[in-house]
Ligand binder design. Structure first.
Ligand code: UDX
Length: 447
């Protein structure tokens, strides 16, 4: 099928690559010339394991194209995916400027029947909004071009995006048009039946559930899923804080809870809290929608509060250990919001680094992938070249991101080079017994 994907961020790029890999003809269009130039050379502008190989493979096979001519791509293709960013405004309401711009351009470029697919996470009611804007902007033919709108949310996780796109836990299609639903089913058929090279190689012979619903329910499935996952983490973090007070161990508590199949053991890792480009934005947006429609968002607001508090808890632990933070050297391990990504949006590292600097510490931050100071981090931070560079003469080491390489650090060496052997494990990935045995003053979260 002939597909156009507008926007080459995480969602757009992965969607385009995935649809090309299963056999469709995909044009990914973006107005950002430098990004398209990189992509045309087969280079991936984001760090996402496996993605670059699939980009070059599909360019070579002729299934994947990149262009800055967004209007041209709209004209030549039948199914148009909107994958542009919807970043949060200070109120929590998503900023729909890019989405509205794209809808206007689609209206102006229409030259026949098209299916317009909202893949970005968009506020409840956006399907109707996009349809209205497109119809208002149809330039020729007396505005008689037919369009159908589909909500088809993306559930990919950064760092595992390729696998999530090729082998999703479900495909959700929300539309008021039976014709569009039939087309979308055809588009997703190779993924639903796992009938393509990657699936066969990886033995993913599972059948992928497809959910057909109206566009509003589809939009809400996405928000409610992310908000529920964030709720699980905030809940377990609150229990972890109780563990610390009553002398329980959160690892044993979550293990015991997780054996109840109604609860499960996933997304139950206590720590410094959630961040990234989705959870913070989506929980705030759903709370905003609830308030806008006059229904309380008590749980959602508490989920956000608990998450903010969790970052502060780590700073509090540092104060307990060091007394005064001023003039202390603090090594922060991990800048990305989670492992296997270079994304630092709403990362817990940003909050704690800025707080430590505000309190007068010298902060040396190390991340295996992030090598530049993120835009919202105080420029006084020193980006270290290695764990050991960060830890040298440090009074405290704070582990913020659960990168695998932090599990295998040489703690004998670290003990030798640190000024004081203080460790805060914001992800509970280190061996508390071993570190305590080596003379470290160790604090985890809820253990
Ligand atoms: C999330 C959703 O998982 C995905 O379905 C959606 O499409 C986008 O948002 P992502 O933001 O890539 O994906 O990261 P995810 O792996 O879900 O982690 C989110 C945050 O929760 C991270 O900050 C992570 O460190 C934290 N987390 C996750 C925990 O603190 N504990 C856990 O048990 C799991």
């Amino acid at each position: 099928m002939e597909v156009c994907v507008i926007g080459t961020g995480y969602v757009g790029l992965v969607t385009g690559v995935c649809l090309a890999e299963v056999g469709h003809h995909v044009i990914c269009a973006d107005k950002d010339e430098s990004k398209i130039k990189m992509l045309l050379e087969g280079k991936c502008p984001i760090y996402e394991p496996g993605l670059e190989d699939f980009i070059s493979k599909n360019i070579k096979s002729g299934h994947l194209f990149f262009t800055t001519d967004v209007a041209g791509a709209i004209k030549s293709q039948d199914i148009i995916f909107i994958c542009v960013g919807t970043p949060p405004l200070p109120t929590g309401k998503p900023d729909l400027t890019s989405l509205d711009d794209v809808a206007r351009l689609i209206g102006k470029s229409l030259n026949g029947y098209k299916i317009i697919v909202n893949k970005s996470t968009v506020p409840i009611g956006t399907a109707k909004r996009v349809k209205k804007i497109i119809n208002e902007n149809i330039a020729d033919n007396n505005g008689k071009h037919e369009i159908d709108i589909v909500s088809n949310p993306e559930f990919l996780k950064e760092g595992e995006a390729v696998h999530d796109a090729f082998s999703p836990e479900r495909v959700v299609i929300g539309s008021e048009s039976q014709k569009a639903i039939a087309c979308m089913k055809q588009l997703y058929e190779p993924i639903i039946s796992q009938d393509f090279e990657y699936a066969k190689k990886n033995n993913t012979d599972k059948k992928i559930p497809i959910i057909i619903t109206d566009s509003t329910s589809s939009e809400l499935i996405k928000y409610a899923s992310n908000a529920f996952l964030a709720t699980k983490i905030s809940f377990i973090n609150e229990v972890a804080n109780i563990c610390e007070r009553v002398g329980a161990n959160i690892r044993d508590v979550t293990f015991g809870m997780g054996l109840d199949s109604r609860i499960g053991n996933k997304f139950m890792r206590a720590g410094i809290g959630w961040g990234g480009s989705c959870f913070p934005k989506d929980v705030r947006a759903l709370a905003f929608t609830a308030e806008e429609y006059g229904t309380p968002a008590n749980i959602l607001n508490a989920v956000i509060q608990v998450n903010n508090y969790q970052r502060f808890r780590v700073v509090q632990k540092a104060m307990d250990m060091l007394g005064i933070i001023e003039d202390k050297i603090i090594a922060v391990l991990g800048i990305a919001f989670k492992p296997n990504t270079d994304d630092t949006r709403e990362a817990p590292s940003v909050t704690v680094i800025n707080k430590f600097i505000e309190l007068g510490a010298e902060v040396r931050a190390f991340d295996p992938i992030v090598k530049k100071c993120p835009p919202d981090v105080d420029k006084k931070v020193i980006i270290a070249e290695s764990v050991y560079h960060a830890a040298s003469n440090a009074d405290l080491l704070v582990l913020v991101t659960d990168w695998d390489e932090f599990k295998n650090m040489d703690f004998n060496e670290i003990k030798k080079i640190m000024s004081k052997p203080n460790v805060i494990d914001g992800r509970n990935i280190l061996d508390r017994g071993k570190l305590a045995g080596m003379g470290f003053n160790y604090k985890g979260i809820g253990i």
